[in-house]
Design a protein around this ligand. Structure first.
Ligand code: GTP
Ligand code: MG
Length: 634
């Protein structure tokens, strides 16, 4: 692990936590300003906690034996002085392996038995069912124990051929898999379906999650990896070996599982040491490597700058032996540089962008609120100054006109009550479009459409129905949201025009991201169905699994849309209500103080002093807000 990488990840993590603290401070400040404002405080607490828990996922994908595991060892675990994760010729890593650090639990390796493939639950759900996993404690201080335990990742077992076929682990028609069949009719399959490694490494502790995947069809066999895990990784390193170049199966995996996704991906041309040749000059070797890299870029349709030529094995050996020259020659530093200076900053920027969008609106509101309060106070102060030394009659006049203003305000507020009622009813209606019941009914209908004919056609129509109907509900909910917003806007504009309440802009309900996600899932299905390999009858199992994976993903998107709608309903109404209430309070206080002045002219000076104090406090609040805003948007 390079100093660069370690520093960059640590800096990122430190900034992330600092930002989370600034958000919490701001939430406290808001509470002090408006009394408990549950909605905004909760929203900010949510944001702060997602910042604290943010993970940066880097996935390593390739055909088998391209050196994924060796590269992970070289990039992240060379400081252990040994090859931590097992890497060997031929198929080695047998199950997808997720490495991260969870300080709440002891270091361990958790393994999910392959038989769980028969179960209906998704991987994501199984992750929350500890009973399904075999857990082995890891001792980070004992290299031998670590290495021995991690060998489990390479374990295979024998299953009767029918079972292997049924679980979608073996294809009897595929010549390249025939050698896995033994004379006794059993087939060699991976022993584990998924592995979670909880390991206290500084990079992992700083929020990095590494995903090592097994080569050879593992991606296709586990739809959740293709539909959700790989597309959601922040960066994907796609490995190729210099000695083989881009083979047909390399290209296939690239085109199917990596290239179409929007996440950041690079190609790593590994094993360049195989081109090192003592009979050739350095520049000759360099030219050959360059030629290979260009060729790789051309075939994968990537810019040359996204192809990295390295030797993972030499990088690992060099780090363990402390051979600086060999390390440089291995090319590993360019990848460390990429992670440290591009992948991590890109994630950081994305996160900050999301956060500042979330927080900026609130900060703007706070500024407007403060300005409005200051204006009210200075208006009152001016008026009190004008009244001082004047006769009762004039004060009485002022009081009367303020009373008039209050009555008119109360009338507007009363009218708003009706708008609020309608909007609240519409809100309940909006949520019903996205309710759990609606979702279950849609899923049920989709499943029936699929089960009625267990063919790829049935599958397509099932999922199409699923995504169309969910999409339709999302559109309806958005439309209703727009109508509600118009109604609220009109009602609030009255407060702004007639009573000078600060202007405010409630954001639109935007569920576009979830609709896009559903459309992307529908496209994935079309691809799956167009693939001739999936049309065969014995693939029924795969089809069913695929549908289950899709339904799960669609369900997730739909649920998120519902949460977003719930959140929006609160941000659409609550701040308006707070402002209306605060203004009412303000008018009442002023009336009361004029009343008191009328009863006893001496209190005028007291009130003036009080208002001056308030102005002083508001100025302090403004300085505090500016300070927090600077931290939040830095
Ligand atoms: N010469 C050379 N061999 C390498 C290099 N990187 C990896 N290897 C070897 O290639 C073999 C496969 O490496 P792995 O890291 O197990 O490959 P993998 O991509 O993880 O393979 P699976 O786990 O089977 O998917 C091992 O014997 C490694 O020692 C390299 O840079 N140069
Ligand atoms: Mg491996």
């Amino acid at each position: 692990m390079s100093i660069h990488l370690e520093q960059e990840v640590a800096a990122y993590s430190e900034r992330r936590l600092r930002l989370a603290t600034a958000i919490t401070d701001y939430a406290d400040w808001l509470d002090r300003q408006h009394g408990i404002d549950a909605e905004r405080t909760l929203r900010l607490a949510d944001t702060a906690s997602s910042l604290r828990q943010d993970k940066l996922v880097v996935a390593f994908v390739a055909e088998f034996s391209r050196g994924k595991t060796e590269l992970i060892n070289a990039l992240f675990f060379a400081d252990r002085g040994q090859r931590l994760l097992p890497s060997d010729p031929g198929r080695t890593t047998m199950c997808p392996t997720e490495l991260s650090a969870n300080a709440d639990e002891a270091p361990s390796l958790s393994l999910l038995p392959i038989e769980t493939r028969r179960r209906p639950e998704s991987l994501a759900r199984l992750k929350h069912m500890p009973i399904e996993w075999c857990r082995i404690m890891l001792d980070p201080a004992d290299p031998r124990q670590l290495q021995e335990s991690l060998k489990k990742l390479t374990e295979t077992k024998r299953l009767p051929a029918v079972d292997a076929v049924e679980m979608g682990l073996w294809d009897s028609e595929d010549d390249s898999e025939r050698h896995l069949l033994h004379a006794d009719g059993s087939v060699e399959v991976p022993a584990w379906r998924y592995a979670l490694v909880n390991y206290p490494h500084p990079l992992l502790q700083a929020g990095l999650t590494i995903l090592d995947t097994p080569g050879l069809n593992a991606l296709g066999a586990e739809p959740e990896l293709t539909l959700s895990v790989i597309p959601n990784a922040h960066a994907v390193m796609y490995l190729l070996a210099t000695d083989t170049g881009v083979t047909r199966s390399d290209l296939e995996i690239w085109q199917k599982h990596v290239h179409p996704h929007a996440n950041y991906h690079v190609a790593v041309l590994n094993k360049i040491d195989m081109l090192w040749d003592e009979l050739k000059s350095d520049s000759e070797v360099q030219a050959t490597i360059e030629h290979q890299a260009e060729e790789t870029a051309r075939v994968l349709k990537l810019p040359r700058s996204r192809v990295f030529a390295v030797s993972a094995q030499k990088a690992l050996a060099a780090s363990i032996r402390g051979d600086a020259a060999l390390r440089v020659r291995s090319g590993i530093e360019s990848l460390e540089y990429l992670l440290a200076h591009q992948v991590i900053p890109a994630r950081r920027d994305m996160l900050y962008h999301a956060i500042s969008r979330e927080v900026a609106t609130l900060l703007d509101e706070s500024r407007v609120d403060l300005a409005a309060r200051l204006k009210r106070c200075s208006d009152e102060l001016i008026q009190l100054t004008q009244l001082s030394g004047k006769n009762r009659e004039l004060i009485e006049q002022t009081r009367a006109s303020l009373q008039q203003e209050k009555d008119s305000y109360d009338a507007t507020a009363e009218r708003f009550r009706a708008t609020r009622k309608t909007v609240q009813a519409q809100g309940a209606h909006l949520l019903s479009y996205l309710s759990e019941e609606t979702l279950s009914a849609i899923c049920q209908a989709g499943r029936e459409a699929m089960e009625s004919s267990l063919t790829t056609r049935g599958l397509t129509s099932g999922i199409r129905q699923l995504s169309e109907q969910m999409g339709e509900r999302i559109v309806q909910a958005t439309k209703l949201g727009d109508n509600m917003l118009d109604a609220l806007d009109q009602a609030y504009t009255r407060f702004h025009r007639q009573h000078h309440l600060p202007k405010m802009q409630v954001p639109r309900l935007d569920l576009g991201a979830y609709r896009n996600r559903l459309q992307a899932l529908a496209r994935e299905t079309e691809d799956f169905c167009r693939d001739p390999a999936n049309l065969m009858l014995e693939k029924r199992f795969m089809i069913r699994r695929f549908y289950a994976g899709l339904a799960e993903e669609a369900r997730k998107a739909f649920k998120l849309a519902r949460l977003e709608a719930e959140r929006w309903l609160r941000i659409a109404l609550d701040p308006i209500m707070t402002r209306i209430r605060e203004h009412k309070q303000y008018l009442a206080t002023r009336l009361e103080s004029l009343q008191r002045i009328l009863e006893n002219m001496g209190t005028l000076q007291n009130r003036m002093a009080q208002v001056k104090d308030e102005i002083g406090q508001l100025r302090l609040d403004r300085t505090e807000l500016d300070r927090m805003a600077a931290q939040l948007t830095a």
